[in-house]
Design a protein around this ligand. Structure first.
Ligand SMILES: [Zn+2]
Length: 240
């Protein structure tokens, strides 16, 4: 392969950059904060589901309290009407007796409602307490999540900008290479896990470590300064 000293230097720098890029991108995708954020979002979802359920329980408990109060208000009005009637019908024994019976029934029901209301209030207080606990837990989870997100943005942001800088430099290097050489490099990189370039060192390929056999060695040396590794097919810099 035709390449001058400058091209070889450019290729080696590009290879170095590409390895850095592979490392940085891998590190970015494996940042521990990423897993921590996913984990905590799952937790948050579970607590939010609970929150929804408790909100429904609370609205049901409030509804029960309202229903009891409504009924009691209606009964209080009836009680006072009945009492008025009793006061007005002095002398009419039968009517007083019937009205007194009504009044008695109303008062009994109101006593029962008072007990029901106490129970409903207790239930509501219980639900309110659970709701407060859930809100508290949720606030803590959100604070934790924010910490992880900030840390991810900080570390991830630094990685992202160093990746961008390396990519910019790489584009400049690509510009400086003869198109054919660049094409071969890119194609080989795609086929070889991102590492396109190897060096002949001590009769072996520096990347795949295969020893170049005698017959192939002559051919490789004849193609200097840039040949191909017979084993891994990477571009092979021959400078020994
Ligand atoms: Zn090789």
């Amino acid at each position: 392969m035709k390449a001058d000293t400058k091209d070889l230097a450019t290729l080696l720098t590009m290879q170095h950059l590409d390895m850095e890029l592979i490392r940085a991108k891998k590190k970015l995708s494996e940042l521990p904060q990423r897993a921590a954020i996913l984990e905590i979002r799952k937790k948050r979802q579970a607590v939010e589901d609970k929150q929804t359920k408790v909100a429904a329980m609370r609205s049901e408990a409030e509804h029960v309290v309202m229903r009891i109060k409504d009924e009691d208000e209606r009964l209080a009005a009836r009680q006072s009407e009945t009492q008025d009637k009793i006061d007005e019908s002095r002398g009419d024994y039968r009517s007083v007796e019937a009205l007194s019976k009504d009044l008695n029934g109303i008062m009994k029901r109101r006593v029962a409602l008072e007990a029901d209301l106490a129970e409903a209030h207790a239930k509501l207080a219980q639900v309110n307490e659970v709701q407060a606990q859930i809100t508290d837990a949720l606030n803590k989870i959100v604070a934790q999540e924010n910490t992880h997100v900030a840390s991810f943005q900080e570390e991830g942001g630094a990685l992202t900008s160093s990746i961008a800088a390396a990519e910019k430099k790489r584009a400049e290097l690509a510009e400086a290479l003869p198109p054919e050489l660049l094409g071969t490099y890119e194609k080989t990189a795609r086929k070889s896990g991102g590492i396109a370039l190897a060096r002949l060192t001590g009769g072996s390929c520096s990347v795949c470590r295969a020893a170049i056999t005698e017959g192939k060695y002559l051919q490789v040396v004849a193609e200097a300064p840039l040949s191909t590794c017979p084993a891994c097919k990477r571009m092979l810099v021959v400078d020994e």
